[in-house]
Ligand binder design. Structure first.
Ligand code: ADP
Length: 281
């Protein structure tokens, strides 16, 4: 009987480790796929402007199309600006990932902080025709007043990036909502604040969705009409949020809009006290 029990135990353990292996394998396949996507996109994003620059410069050197030379030079200059932005973003991302950027954090009230960012863009977004709203759903809940520990400039970069993306992919007759609410609860020890940028824009293809936070990943549509993006914005957002102990995710439906949501932990009483002591040193 003892033997039977042992065999049973072993079998279960084997099954468990088999399951784990399968999970790891799946994860690896996903990583490999996303790495391949990234390489394709790096070559594409850097290669396209370079090829164009070569063409314009060659035309000038060979003195063909002379009446267009001014335009070619201007286009060349514009393409170098794009390359400069890509390289700048890439450099920033790698500095973030290797921990070379020091965060200058302070305790701030999340709702008031997000509101201040809304105020900054309210006029211009509304002037462009958007129905742009700030929605504070944190007002009635427990964590009102509980601060988050953030680098305000870095966090502004995240919110701005999400807002500008929303604007880029939403016709000006649409809406953009900036929402603040509670996530988790004090009792469960996972109390946080959730910030959402929701738009009524063109949405994201289900196929693209798992990759939008990857470096250089741009939806098929975005890369086709080669607008101004670098495909690095969301990767940078994700890294900044991760370094604040938070997470970021996206929900979207093609044709009806997207919602990018990040969650940050709020400080507990002890952390608040520590931060306060530090501040008054
Ligand atoms: P970029 O905007 O420079 O292309 P991002 O990393 O900011 O790069 O975004 C990656 C891709 O995710 C975009 O190219 C686009 O396809 C998709 N995307 C991001 N935000 C939105 C949005 N609000 N609505 C629709 N698509 C979006």
């Amino acid at each position: 009987e003892m033997l039977e029990e042992k065999v049973q135990e072993r079998t279960e353990a084997l099954e468990q480790s088999n399951e784990n292996m399968q999970r790891v394998n799946k994860e690896l396949v996903k990583m490999e796929k996303s790495r391949r996507h990234m390489l394709t996109n790096i070559s594409h994003e850097l290669g396209t402007p370079l090829t164009l620059i070569q063409g314009y410069v060659k035309a000038v050197l060979d003195r063909v199309d002379e009446e267009n030379h001014d335009r070619y030079l201007r286009l060349t200059y514009e393409k170098t600006l794009i390359l400069d932005r890509i390289i700048g973003d890439l450099f920033e991302l790698s500095k973030l990932e290797t921990g070379k950027i020091r965060f200058d954090c302070q305790a701030v009230s999340p709702a008031a902080y997000i509101r201040s960012l809304y105020d900054k863009y309210e006029l211009s977004f509304k002037q462009e025709g958007y129905s742009f709203e700030f929605i504070d759903r944190s007002a009635s809940v427990a964590h009102r007043g509980a601060p988050v520990w953030i680098d305000v400039l870095r966090m502004e970069q995240v919110v701005t990036n999400l807002l500008f993306n929303a604007r880029k992919f939403t016709p000006s007759s649409g809406f953009i909502h900036l929402i603040v609410e509670q996530s988790g609860s004090r009792e469960k020890g996972d109390l946080g604040v959730r910030v959402t940028v929701q738009d009524s824009g063109r949405g994201i293809d289900e196929e693209d969705l798992p990759f939008v936070f990857d470096r250089f990943y741009r939806g098929k549509e975005s890369s086709k009409n080669s607008s101004t993006g670098t495909g690095l914005g969301l990767a940078i957002c994700k890294e900044i949020i991760a370094q604040h102990g938070g997470t970021i995710e996206v929900e979207s439906k093609l044709g009806s809009g997207s919602a990018f949501t990040f969650t940050l932990p709020v400080m507990n009483d002890m952390e608040e006290e520590l931060a306060h002591d530090k501040g008054s040193e």
